[in-house]
Design a binder for this molecule. Structure first.
Ligand SMILES: CC(C)(COP(=O)(O)OP(=O)(O)OC[C@H]1O[C@@H](n2cnc3c(N)ncnc32)[C@H](O)[C@@H]1OP(=O)(O)O)[C@@H](O)C(=O)NCCC(=O)NCCS
Length: 254
């Protein structure tokens, strides 16, 4: 199973896998957004979590990521958390499902659209992934607008148990295949690749394009590392972006 990315960079956003040290900023973002998220997100029923429980939860996310199963990201613009998103493997083989939410103070700025867009590109850099799905409850029309605008296919509706107060128990499924995405005009393009070495969140120091296979400078979805250790199986030469992992031993501040 391919390792899932832990950093994804877009035109405005940096998606970073949550770390236990991020607990206070995750807590604050969720607490501010709790009333806005409660109608739609099943996990909100467990909020507010204690700090210890939230650390334990992030620890489980860490384990899932280590196992190549799932990854849960914070979405940052600068140092502000504007939402969260992730990859899940619950949609079957060779498939990742994308989930997203936006902080109540940052709604309707296109952040969910950007998360879904750059995650779609990032998904197809994982070796075994051929398909990405987005699911939402039929009543959640704002969520449904996002895959539709990205050119995902509508795959149909199915009855499920309502999972949050505003949901009606009709799951709407959307999908995108790797081939379709690579020929799509909606995938990220090179012009907004961030300046190499200019991403403050990691503080690992300058990175030259050679560090990422010569790719970062002209990619739409650039991911950078300091001392690069490219996880086996990553294809950094692809035209839609590069993703990878920071070796845990190098003291990365994330
Ligand atoms: C569903 C949800 C994620 C959508 O968040 P959002 O902030 O409205 O998402 P976006 O801003 O990307 O939505 C697209 C809108 O932004 C606009 N937009 C797109 N790019 C933009 C940009 N660069 N700048 C400004 N606006 C932009 C779009 O035109 C669209 O506008 P509209 O509001 O007139 O339709 C949010 O409502 C949410 O967090 N809901 C609760 C959690 C949830 O339901 N998650 C999904 C579960 S399936």
């Amino acid at each position: 199973m391919g390792v899932l990315p832990e950093v994804v960079i877009g035109p405005r956003l940096v998606l970073r896998r949550w770390q236990i040290s991020d607990m206070p900023i995750l807590r604050d973002a969720i607490q501010a957004s709790i009333d806005h998220l409660r109608p739609w997100m099943s996990w909100i029923e467990f909020e507010p979590l204690s700090d210890d429980d939230r650390k334990a939860l992030i620890g489980r996310w860490e384990d899932d990521w280590e196992a190549g199963q799932e990854v849960v990201f914070g979405a940052y613009e600068g140092d502000q958390v504007v939402g969260g998103c992730g990859f899940h493997r619950r949609a079957g083989p060779k498939t990742l499902e994308i989930g997203y939410w936006v902080h109540v103070d940052h709604l309707r700025h296109g952040y969910a659209s950007e998360m879904a867009r750059i995650l779609t590109s990032a998904a197809f850099t994982v070796p075994d992934i051929e398909r990405v799905e987005i699911h939402h409850d039929k009543a959640n029309t704002r969520s449904g607008a996002i895959p539709e605008a990205l050119g995902y296919h509508f795959d149909g509706e199915s009855r499920v148990k309502p999972h949050a107060p505003a949901t009606i128990g009709i799951d709407v499924a959307w999908s995108m295949t790797k081939n379709e995405w690579h020929s799509s005009s909606r995938r990220p393009l090179g012009e907004w690749a961030p300046a190499v070495g200019d991403i403050p969140q990691y503080g690992l120091g300058p990175v030259s394009p050679g560090d990422v296979g010569g790719a970062a400078g002209d990619l739409g979805l650039a991911v950078y590392w300091g001392e690069v250790e490219v996880a086996e199986g990553y294809d950094l030469g692809v035209d839609h972006g590069g993703v990878g992992r920071v070796p845990p031993s190098n003291g990365a501040q994330h």
